[in-house]
Design a binder for this molecule. Sequence first.
Ligand code: SAM
Length: 214
Amino acid sequence: MRLRNKPWASERISDHPQYVVAEPQEIKGQWNKEFGNDNPIHIEVGTGKGQFVTEMARANPDVNYIGIELYESVIVTALDRLIEAGLPNVKLLNVDAKNLTEYFASEEVSRVYLNFSDPWPKNRHEKRRLTYKDFLKLYEDVLIKGGEIHFKTDNQDLFEYSLKSFSWYGLHLNFLSLDLHKSDFEGNIMTEYEEKFSAKGQRIYRVEAQYQNQ
Ligand code: SAM
């Protein structure tokens, strides 16, 4: 993701705390209260410019979505999208996912989405990959028992690495697709990266990985 310097982003974000939650650690364990309902909470880690969470929230009003994004300069575009959409069931967190357990209590999250995560191809950067075992532990700590990670990418190496990492961790792999757009999967909602890469003819890989801790 190319980062542009946007000095105004910080102020725009703090002007909209109903969308970009300012002190998410204070809401830990109370996200349902924050949304004002008991609907399940699905998070997208590395949400980028927010197309996926916004369109998922529009399509599924009975699910609460939270998009997590590290960079202000990126999340500000997701914020503009949310302001325009005016949906009550989606929020954003401008935080690093490595601190996930500071923001969510055990079993507070019903599903984790990872879409087109940064591949970090060098071995020495393995720990930064969002499917590295330490991240799988963090997701397990906040997910319901038997919770799922839904993962999509165009990057074959990252996909293969992630399948191994999921299997090593003991997750069950379901609905594995090596070419999502030519599969019979229904209701796919595209991310910005997915649109960009599939327009270039690249295939999209997808899998659902489920924790076996019921
Ligand atoms: N999911 C979007 C899509 O498919 O269009 C964006 C994909 S982009 C390649 C990956 C995004 O993940 C970047 O915006 C990056 O800043 C974010 N990201 C990477 N590591 C993260 C972390 N540890 N915590 C939060 N966001 C992270």
